[in-house]
Design a protein around this ligand. Structure first.
Ligand code: NAD
Length: 468
């Protein structure tokens, strides 16, 4: 199939040939037209509709992702991204008129959004459909050609893209390359016009170093330890349901915006823990390892990484709920830990799984120093409070990629908001118009006629000399 490059044959030469072919397609100019961009979006929308059951099956195979989660978090969000782009594409493509300035009088000024050229999208395994297709949509709406490299850790979804995407889009401009480190390394050696990477900060540094060799700009969509601050004035039942669904209802905690840990006051913590226990039992029953509503851990490496957190002797007596595991089935039950020591493993790294530690403080105000020392610049930060002053303090004191008040994860579903990190949680943002901008160059155009000559502008500058 023309748009798919299989792993067996993929090496540096193949990567070079792929970029060359895409650059030729880009130079033909066809990707710049509205018609081409719109037809690609229609193709992707059709793929999502016609292959919905294949997508659901792929995600079941990769992660045992519950069907409802697949629908809400992957299919429906991908469909919305596509339709939103289709609806707004003409408007986004129009040059933006900006005010003229007195120094350039008389003149007119505008900003023209131009495609960058040939884009590389490297995607992660945890939302393997959405995190692949949404940047591809962004690259297309901005008029680029693109290679998608899905994550090898979600092989069924990767294969689905390789098999079906070329059938629904212009395969001379949109290609899928499957593979892991060797294939990605071969791709990274090439000169791209932008690299869009989703994943962890360690690999992000490899991506950025490779990009630097060619002065290629990057978007890096990374993660972090996203805190949830819980005030004592909240509607506890609602707050806990929203925390639980953002944690365990999001790929069993394997989500970049999943709540990583809770901070609350010492006096409020017992009520919070009680409410979490009741809610979790309602959601997932008495034997959550058997629940069909929880994704499994993606693979043995990640299973071991998570069980190492639990086996750390500093936290083994801190588990107040859950803690069950089944290595054969790669399952870990929703687990809550209270008052974990700050030097325990679980408080050092992003958890990215079903474990939720609770840290307690004397007063909420004490949280900020802690949040900013544990992992400054998380991708998301959440506060539950009715107190406007606490809300404002939180917004002003936590330098996160995004903040959500009285809920979790939903901010990423609003296409009018940029989605991206800051500092360790990433560079750049996308979604909605931000995706179009992420893959466009903003070309500045100043236009003048032949009147309005200011003599002072031209040499000779010394007074008394003849000026033209
Ligand atoms: P992953 O293992 O799927 O890796 C991501 C991509 O990097 C893959 O395509 C993989 O092939 C490639 N890769 C891995 N090692 C490489 C290397 N040495 N050289 C070149 N490429 C390499 O995903 P992951 O990193 O385990 O993803 C989890 C992390 O991603 C978490 O930190 C999470 O918070 C973050 N994340 C962020 C977002 C976001 O939108 N901001 C979304 C999902 C995940």
């Amino acid at each position: 199939m023309e748009g798919t490059i299989t792993t067996e044959v993929f090496n540096r030469e193949k990567a070079e040939a792929t970029v060359k072919a895409l650059r030729e397609s880009f130079r033909s100019g066809k990707t710049k037209t509205y018609e081409w961009r719109a037809s690609q979006l229609e193709g992707i929308a059709k793929l999502i509709k016609e292959k919905e059951s294949d997508i659901t099956e792929a995600l079941k195979s990769d992660l045992a992702k519950p069907e409802m989660e697949t629908y809400l978090h992957e299919i429906s969000l991908a469909k919305s991204a596509c339709l939103f782009a289709l609806k707004n594409l003409k408007k986004w493509m129009k040059p933006e008129k900006v005010p003229a300035s007195i120094t350039t009088f008389p003149s007119s000024a505008r900003i023209v959004s131009e495609p960058l050229g040939v884009i590389l999208v490297i995607s992660a395994w945890n939302y393997p459909f959405l995190l692949s297709i949404e940047p591809v949509i962004g690259a297309i709406v901005a008029g680029n050609t693109v290679v998608l490299k899905p994550s090898e850790i979600a092989p069924a979804t990767s294969e689905l893209f390789a098999k079906f995407l070329p059938e629904y889009v212009d395969s001379s401009c949109v290609k899928v390359v499957e593979g892991g480190v060797p294939e990605t390394t071969a791709l990274l050696e090439q000169k791209w016009d932008k690299i869009f990477y989703t994943g962890n900060g360690k690999v992000a540094r490899i991506v950025m170093a490779a990009a630097a060799k060619h002065l290629t700009p990057v978007s890096l969509e990374l993660g972090g330890k996203s805190p949830v601050l819980v005030d004592s004035d909240v509607n506890l039942k609602v707050a806990v349901k929203r925390i639980a669904v953002g944690k365990w209802g999001s790929n069993n905690g394997q989500a970049c915006v999943a709540p990583d840990y809770i901070i609350t006051t010492k006096s409020f913590a017992p009520q919070l823990v009680e409410s979490l226990k009741i809610t979790l039992e309602r959601f997932y029953g008495k034997d959550p390892l058997e629940s069909a509503d929880l994704s499994r851990i993606v693979n043995l490496n990640h299973f071991k990484r998570l069980t190492d957190f639990l086996d750390d002797e500093k936290v083994s007596d801190k588990i107040v709920y859950g803690g069950q595991r089944n290595e054969k089935q790669l399952k870990i039950s929703p687990t809550v830990l209270l008052d974990v020591p700050l030097d325990s493993l679980i408080m050092k790294d992003e958890i990215f799984g079903p474990l939720l530690p609770i840290v307690t403080v004397d007063k909420l105000e004490d949280s900020y120093e802690f949040i900013n020392s544990v992992a400054a610049n998380p991708l998301a930060a959440y506060i539950f409070t009715k107190n406007k002053k606490h809300e404002e303090e939180f917004i002003n004191n936590v330098p996160a990629g995004g903040i959500l008040v009285n809920d979790t994860i939903l901010h990423l579903a609003n296409p009018h908001l940029p989605f991206g990190g800051v500092g360790e949680s990433g560079i750049g943002a996308y979604h909605g118009k931000f995706s179009f901008d992420a893959f466009s160059h903003k070309k500045a155009i100043l236009s003048r006629g032949f009147s309005g000559e200011a003599k002072a502008r031209y040499p000779p500058y010394t007074t008394g000399k003849q000026k033209i």
